[in-house]
Design a binder for this molecule. Structure first.
Ligand code: AMP
Length: 146
């Protein structure tokens, strides 16, 4: 039985498939569910936020506000308490695996796209997490039409 599941959400159009799978497994295992979103595409503002954004803070950065709303909306929909919603600056594979270790996660649920050519050589978040994770990883296959 898994006890603590971490869902990695990038809020792309495929997120609902990964969310559905994480919800299902957490329910089956009666496991605690946490959610992480890594801020890898917006510049870190010159403020004292730190690399882990407290969701209780009032934020003055517009992009950051939107990411926070998206994470809180997902957290509410999944019934994930606010102290298990993580908004972190950094590189997704590193932050996801570090958080999993710190929080005693025993299953990471992540999306995985089929890759070819150069994209395959460069690697993906899913393969990075798979190679560095301290626990099991469920890579939910995302197809083109998903
Ligand atoms: P990618 O390989 O980057 O297309 O992403 C595959 C999966 O990695 C996504 O479906 C998410 O589960 C996870 N992921 C990618 N980027 C992030 C991010 N910034 N924060 C959290 N999870 C992410």
């Amino acid at each position: 039985m898994y006890q603590h599941i971490l869902l990695a959400a990038d809020f792309s159009e495929n997120t609902e498939f990964i969310v559905a799978r994480a919800r299902e497994i957490a329910h089956q295992h009666m496991a605690k569910l946490s959610v992480v979103h890594v801020l890898d595409n917006i510049p870190m503002p010159d403020t004292s936020y730190g690399t882990i954004i407290s969701l209780g803070d009032e934020l003055d950065n517009q992009q950051l506000k939107q990411e926070k709303i998206a994470l809180n909306t997902l957290g509410e929909a999944l019934g994930v308490p606010s102290n298990q919603r993580w908004l972190i600056w950094g590189t997704p594979k590193e932050e996801i695996t570090t958080l999993a270790l710190q929080e005693g996660v025993d299953l990471i649920v992540i999306g995985s796209h089929a890759r070819h050519g150069l994209a395959l050589l460069l690697g993906s978040t899913a393969s990075g997490v798979l190679h560095h994770a301290p626990c099991d990883v469920l890579a939910v296959r995302l197809h083109q039409e998903n």
